[in-house]
Design a binder for this molecule. Structure first.
Ligand code: GTP
Ligand code: MG
Length: 370
């Protein structure tokens, strides 16, 4: 059922909470400011205090933002989105850097040093692959919990000199829970104490049977240090992606997910967004979580300004009025008024959930009347 805290009700009417409490007391109901009352009671209070009430249902506000169906004939192939996971220090970041370095021609190399949350490379077979550098498992879990399925394939990095470790197992569980295919990259094979065979055997104990042991999971021996095996890994990823037959409609208004976001001193809020369907354009009005904005600029993974970004393309989006959160879903809306309606509604929801959580920790009526 719909509810509202006394504080929030008072705020929305621009009345004092104590007057709401007093009114309810006259009705024989004792409440404190953080108490939650139902929508019908709130409506009576508001009308008694001389306000007109317009009740808005969540379904109305969120209606049509996401998941409007695409028909088969407007779908076209899109690149796979690949997330690299694995135990601490097993070489996830090094691997991402090395893959990017082999792919970016030297003139553009300036972009490599700065941290980027996502980028796209071209495999030796010619297909594009999007990589996401998720900052740890927490973000991946948060995204999954919020229903944002961003990853098509997980690359599980296991260091050949260290073997399967707790976070390796965690990553396996994440991938399985998300129903995402997994590819194994046995990293650091350049090291003298590397033992790839041990990794294969240990994976077996966690029901990952790699190809060379008669199973179906692709495995690649790689070294982020020497670059060994990276091209083969990219080829493997493209082949795996082709099996998945990934498609999206590029012609519709954009939907996507915030991969990371920060407040930049010079540029204001900057959100790295993975576009998942449709095409995002400069000038579009976007909502992400409780924030919205008009897209002022789109910056690709090489630091260049672009006019648009299609499915599976990661871009930095400038123009948000506030900083959204990693995992927030992004949608394009038709007007600023619509963007305000959606984000104001979500902001209120967020505030009320917080207030409800605080609940009993709030001040009592007696405190209020002093
Ligand atoms: P976290 O982000 O902390 O979980 O670590 P990570 O998995 O991103 O590992 P990172 O890429 O930071 O690498 C950890 C260490 O291993 C660094 O000192 C790397 O230089 C080293 N390293 C990574 N890959 C290789 C490799 O293929 N060979 C060798 N010899 N060292 C490597
Ligand atoms: Mg790292």
């Amino acid at each position: 059922p719909e509810t509202i805290t006394i504080q929030e009700l008072a705020n929305r009417m621009s009345e004092r909470a104590v007057d709401v409490i007093k009114f309810l007391m006259k009705q024989g109901q004792m409440h404190k400011i953080t108490d939650v009352i139902d929508a019908d009671t709130a409506q009576i209070v508001a009308e008694e205090l001389g306000h007109t009430v317009k009740r808005v249902a969540e379904a109305d506000v969120e209606e049509g933002l996401f998941d409007t169906p695409d028909t088969d004939d407007n779908l076209s192939a899109r690149p796979p989105v690949v997330t690299i996971m694995g135990h601490v220090d097993h070489g996830k970041t090094s691997l991402l850097d090395a893959i990017r370095k082999t792919n970016v021609v030297s003139g553009e190399a300036g972009g490599i040093t700065q941290h980027i949350g996502a980028y796209q490379v071209t495999s030796p077979l010619g297909g594009k692959i999007t990589f996401i550098d998720t900052p740890g498992h927490a973000a991946f879990t948060a995204m999954r919990a919020r229903g944002a399925k961003v990853t098509d394939i997980v690359v599980l990095v296991v260091a050949a000199d260290d073997g399967v470790m707790p976070q390796t197992i965690e990553a396996i569980n994440h991938a399985q829970a998300a129903g995402v295919p997994l590819i194994v990259a046995i990293n650091k094979v350049d090291k003298p104490d590397a033992n790839p065979q041990r990794v294969r055997t240990e994976l077996l104990q966690h029901s990952i049977v790699v190809e060379s042991m008669g199973g179906e999971t692709l495995e690649f021996e790689v070294s982020a240090k020497t670059g060994q095996g990276l091209e083969t890994l990219l080829e493997g990823l493209q082949l795996q992606a082709e099996i998945l037959e990934l498609k999206a409609n590029a012609e519709r208004s954009a939907e996507g997910t915030v991969i990371e976001a920060k407040l930049d001193r010079g540029r204001g809020p900057v959100a790295t967004v993975l576009v998942q369907r449709g095409t995002l354009h400069t000038g579009d009005i976007v909502v992400a979580g409780a924030e919205w904005g008009r897209v002022r600029a789109l910056i690709n993974d090489l630091g260049a300004n672009v006019k648009e970004a299609g499915p599976s393309v990661p871009v930095e989006v400038l123009g948000f009025n506030g900083t959204p959160e990693a995992g927030d879903r992004v949608a394009v809306v038709e007007s600023e008024a619509r963007a305000r309606e959606v984000t104001e509604y979500r902001t209120r929801q967020k505030r009320e959930r917080q207030a409800a959580r605080m609940g009993s920790a709030g001040r009592t009526l007696v405190d209020m009347m002093r």
